[in-house]
Design a protein around this ligand. Structure first.
Ligand SMILES: [Ca+2]
Length: 464
C-alpha cells in the first residue's frame, strides 16, 4: 500500500543528487550557503511529500481499525442479549416442562381411577353372566328331559311301524314274483302282435306319402285363404271404426260424400268429399271453388276456417282442424294435389310431397315438399307460413292484413302467389286489390280462375 509514494520520493532524491553536484562545481565561492538552504528546503519538501501520503494512509487505517473495533463491541453486545434470551427461553421451557409433567401425572391418575372403575364393572358383569349361564343350563337340562320323555312314545311307535313294514315287505315280494311270471307271458304275446303291426305300418307309410302330397296343396290353398281373411278383417274393422281418410275406402267406391273417423281415437264421425277418380282416386278433398250460383262466401273469420264451411258437393272449405288431425298423425305422410280450371276449359294440376298442416297452437302452418305438375310451382312461396283470416293477422305484411286486403283466408306471406280462397272475379280483371282466385304461375295475378280443388292422400297409397 505504501510502496508507490515511497518509490516516487526515492526517484526525486536521486534526481536532486544528480543535478546539484554540477551547480556546486560551477559556483563554489559565494552561493554555497544559499545552495544548501535551497537543498534543505528541497529535501524538506521531498520528505514531506513522501511522508504525507504514508501518514494519511496510517490515519485511514486507524479509522478502519477503530470502526472494526466498534463493530466487534456491538456484536459482543448482541451476543450478550442473545445469551440472555436463551436463558429466558430455557427458563420458560423448564417451567412448561414442569407444568406438562404435572398435567401428565394428573391424567395418569384419572386414567388409573377410570381403569379401576371399568375393572370393577367388568367383574360385576362377569358375575351376572355366570349366574345367568347357570339358570340357562338348568333350563336346558329340563328342556332336554321334556324332549326325552316326549321322544319315547314316538320311538316305540316307529319300532312297531318298522316291524309292520317288514311283514308287509315279505308278502309283497311273493306277489311281485307272481306278477313277473304273468308279465313274461304277456310280453311274449305282445311281441307276436308287434310283428304283425310292423307289417301293417309299412303299407300305412306308403299311404301317408300320398296324404302328405295332398296336404301340401291344401296348405297352398289355406295361405291364399288367410290373405283373403286378413283383407276381410280390415274391411270389417273399417266397417266398425270407419275409414280414416278417403284412401281407406274399399276399392271401386265411387266419388262422393263419406263418413270418416279422424284423430287418434277415431271417435268423431266427420263428413268428407272423396275424389275416387283423379289419378287413381283415394283423395280427401278439402277445398273446392266452382262457377255456380249462389256463390259461397269465402271472406270468413278464424273459427269458420278452423271448423269448415260450405256445401261438400259445391263450394266449400273442409276445415283446418281436420287437416291437422289427418296430416299431423305420426308415421303418416300426405301428398297435396291442386286441380285448376280456367274459363277457356283448360286444366292444370300441381302435386307436392310431404304436405302437412300444423296445430292451431302453431297457427295451422303449411308445409310442403317436392313439386310435380304442369301449373308452375307457385305454392312454394307459401310453405312455412301461418294461416291468416280477416280477424287473425299472422302474415308477413307489417301494418296490413292480407286476408282483409284480398277478402280471403290463406297462408299469406306478404301477400301471395296463390290465393284460391279469393273472390270470384271471373277471368281477366283489373281489381285494384288483386282479390281474385289466383295461381300466379299459370294465369297471373290479373286472372281469377273458374274452378279449383285441393285434396290430400297418404303418400304411400298406390295409384291404380
Ligand atoms: Ca300483417
Amino acid at each position: 500500500m505504501a510502496a508507490r509514494p515511497l518509490g516516487s520520493s526515492v526517484c526525486l532524491l536521486a534526481l536532486l543528487c544528480a543535478v546539484f553536484p554540477c551547480a556546486l562545481a560551477n559556483d563554489a565561492g559565494t552561493g554555497t550557503n544559499d545552495a544548501l538552504d535551497d537543498l534543505l528546503a528541497l529535501v524538506n519538501r521531498a520528505v514531506r511529500e513522501a511522508v504525507d501520503p504514508i501518514s494519511a494512509e496510517l490515519r485511514s487505517q486507524r479509522e478502519l481499525l477503530s470502526d472494526i473495533l466498534g463493530r466487534l463491541s456491538s456484536q459482543d453486545a448482541q451476543a450478550e442479549s442473545a445469551s440472555a434470551r436463551l436463558d429466558a427461553v430455557q427458563a420458560m421451557f423448564d417451567s412448561q416442562t414442569k407444568s406438562t409433567n404435572a398435567r401428565l401425572d394428573s391424567i395418569q391418575e384419572a386414567i388409573e381411577s377410570q381403569f379401576q372403575l371399568v375393572t370393577a364393572r367388568l367383574d360385576s358383569m362377569q358375575d351376572a353372566l355366570e349366574s345367568q349361564s347357570l339358570s340357562v343350563n338348568a333350563r336346558l337340562d329340563s328342556t332336554q328331559k321334556t324332549l326325552e320323555s316326549q321322544l319315547q312314545p314316538v320311538t316305540s311307535q316307529l319300532d312297531s311301524m318298522q316291524a309292520e313294514l317288514g311283514s308287509q315287505f315279505t308278502s309283497s315280494n311273493s306277489s311281485l314274483r307272481h306278477l313277473q311270471s304273468e308279465l313274461d307271458t304277456a310280453l311274449d304275446s305282445v311281441t307276436t302282435g308287434l310283428d304283425s303291426v310292423t307289417t301293417r305300418l309299412d303299407s300305412f307309410t306308403t299311404g301317408l306319402d300320398s296324404i302328405t302330397t295332398g296336404l301340401d296343396s291344401v296348405t297352398t290353398q289355406l295361405d291364399s285363404f288367410g290373405t283373403r281373411l286378413e283383407k276381410l278383417a280390415e274391411i270389417q274393422q273399417n266397417a266398425t271404426t270407419g275409414p280414416r281418410d278417403c284412401s281407406e275406402l274399399p276399392s271401386g267406391s265411387p266419388s262422393g260424400v263419406y263418413t270418416l273417423r279422424l284423430g287418434h281415437g277415431r271417435t268423431n264421425p266427420v263428413e268428407a268429399f272423396c275424389d275416387m277418380e283423379t289419378d287413381g282416386g283415394g283423395w280427401t278433398v278439402f277445398q273446392r271453388r266452382e262457377d255456380i250460383l249462389p256463390r259461397e262466401d269465402f271472406y270468413r273469420n278464424w273459427t269458420e276456417y278452423k271448423d269448415g264451411f260450405g256445401d261438400l258437393t259445391g263450394e266449400f272449405w273442409w276445415g283446418l282442424e281436420k287437416l291437422w288431425l289427418l296430416t299431423g298423425t305420426p308415421g303418416r305422410r300426405y301428398e297435396l294435389r291442386v286441380d285448376l280450371g280456367d274459363f277457356d276449359g283448360e286444366k292444370r294440376y300441381a302435386r307436392y310431397e310431404n304436405f302437412r298442416i300444423s296445430s292451431e297452437f302453431d297457427g295451422y302452418r303449411i308445409t310442403g315438399g317436392k313439386y310435380t305438375g304442369n301449373s308452375g310451382d307457385s305454392m312454394k312461396y307459401h310453405f312455412g307460413q301461418k294461416f291468416s283470416t280477416r280477424d287473425k293477422d299472422q302474415d308477413k305484411y307489417s301494418g296490413k292484413n292480407c286476408a282483409q286486403l284480398r277478402e280471403s283466408g290463406w297462408w299469406f306471406g306478404s301477400c301471395h302467389y296463390v290465393n284460391l280462397n279469393g273472390v270470384h272475379l271471373s277471368g281477366e280483371n283489373n281489381d285494384s286489390n288483386w282479390r281474385g282466385v289466383v295461381w300466379e304461375a299459370w294465369r297471373g295475378y290479373r286472372y281469377s280462375l273458374k274452378n279449383t280443388e285441393m285434396k290430400i292422400r297418404p303418400q304411400a297409397a298406390k295409384v291404380g
